[in-house]
Design a protein around this ligand. Structure first.
Ligand SMILES: C[S@@+](CC[C@H](N)C(=O)[O-])C[C@H]1O[C@@H](n2cnc3c(N)ncnc32)[C@H](O)[C@@H]1O
Length: 373
């Protein structure tokens, strides 16, 4: 499987789209707002750039794509008023893999700009010119010119690996690291993560100006155990649905045995270790947050500044939709289109049953860094 060709979230704005099913990720973006504000404000104060280049890596398509960008621009505009400075020009770069629905982003650009201008003007501020750019390509390679970026952000994207690790052929019956995976499988996943993340850091070190900032959020884990339930359980339950279908002869065993998710959910110490080893960035903060699998937990929508106001109580249904928006293209490319409805219907039953008995949450690791001189 060529991950860069196959991996993308469900596009468009329909029922199963990422745009309509990314509340968990939105909640995570809101939880990490303080770290981004600190980073962009201190960056602006220390550099006072006339032109500010901001990149969101793995931006996908949907409301989250613009959330971080608008927040960053608002923070800088507020600061400009406080310091009595003229607004900078903004160069905004939205990056994702080529299969991402960039058209959907571009189509909503005008309404986003209008809304942002109105909000900023209502707050009594002006706004500098904004220039938007789509940047298709893998962030595990160079995607920007040398020393061209001031602020880099990425949320819920860097746990995706550049490829399924080599040497996981014996991970039979599993689709990710699991409690029943052999040690060689756990080691192969970790080594692929190390290779990918250190390459990511090396590329960004070339592209970010000295003193520039980077804030990254990974889906991760707290435990030192790589196959801990806190990061692997969500995929183990999907494997259960697929294995049921193998036992009924709907999916071939060989197909199941050759499917592995190209993801790695690191612990804070693993993230820190790679950053220190690569050496180009100094760490200003490293935090762990948690978010329930069901973004509408307790029947109440998360309704902070993110503005959710719906109330949905069927957790299994919500989580299935969220996971489907993320994993459907990978599953279709490996198993074909025909089994998809049944996979997700079985997955929903399993999720509903487990979530009624167990506390289920995603663990997030966020790191804030400065490009060293
Ligand atoms: C779960 S979405 C997160 C989107 C958005 N940042 C959010 O928080 O809602 C992960 C995104 O990362 C992108 N992605 C994964 N690997 C990537 C890579 N190597 N280069 C660029 N984007 C990548 C995926 O295509 C997907 O759109």
């Amino acid at each position: 499987m060529e991950v860069t060709q196959v991996l993308h979230m469900n596009g468009g704005s329909g029922e199963t789209s990422y745009a309509n099913n990314s509340l968990v990720q939105q909640k995570v973006i809101c939880l990490t707002k303080g770290m981004r504000e600190e980073a962009i404000s201190s960056l602006y104060r220390s550099m006072l750039p006339r032109s500010l280049a901001v990149a969101d890596l793995g931006c996908s398509s949907g409301p989250n794509t613009f959330l971080v960008i608008s927040e960053a621009i608002k923070s800088v505009e507020k600061l400009c008023r406080e310091l009595n400075h003229q607004s900078p020009e903004y160069q905004i770069y939205m990056n994702d893999l080529p299969g991402n629905d960039f058209n959907n982003i571009f189509k909503s650009l005008d309404s986003f700009k209008e809304k942002l201008c109105n909000e900023i003007i209502e707050a009594g501020h002006g706004i500098g010119s904004c220039f938007f750019n789509g940047v298709p390509g893998s962030f595990y390679g160079r995607i920007f010119p040398t020393k061209s970026l001031h602020f880099v952000h990425s949320s819920y994207s860097l746990m995706w690996l550049s490829k399924v690790p080599d040497g996981v052929e014996n991970n039979k019956g599993n689709i990710y690291m699991a409690s029943t995976s052999s040690l060689n499988v756990l080691k192969a996943y970790y080594e692929q993560y190390q290779k990918d993340f250190s390459l990511f850091l090396k590329c960004r070190a070339e592209e970010i100006v000295e003193g520039g900032r980077m804030v990254l959020t990974f889906l991760g884990r707290r435990s030192d155990d790589r196959s801990s339930e806190e990061c692997c359980y969500i995929w183990e339950l999907l494997a259960m649905a697929l294995n049921d279908m193998v036992s009924k002869g709907i999916i071939k065993e060989e197909q199941m045995d050759t499917f592995n998710i190209p993801q790695y959910t690191p612990s804070p110490s693993e993230v820190k270790f790679e950053v220190q080893k690569e050496g180009s960035f100094s760490i200003t903060s490293l935090e762990v947050t948690v978010v329930p699998w069901n973004a509408y937990d307790n029947g109440n929508a998360f309704d902070s500044e993110c503005g959710f106001s719906k109330s949905l109580s069927n957790g299994g249904y919500n989580v299935t939709k969220c996971m489907r928006a993320v994993a459907e293209p990978l599953l279709v490319s490996h198993f074909g289109e025909a089994i998809i409805e049944e996979v997700f219907s079985r997955y929903q039953q399993i999720l509903t049953e487990r979530m009624s008995k167990e506390k289920t949450e995603f663990v997030n690791v966020t790191i804030s860094m400065i490009r060293r001189a």
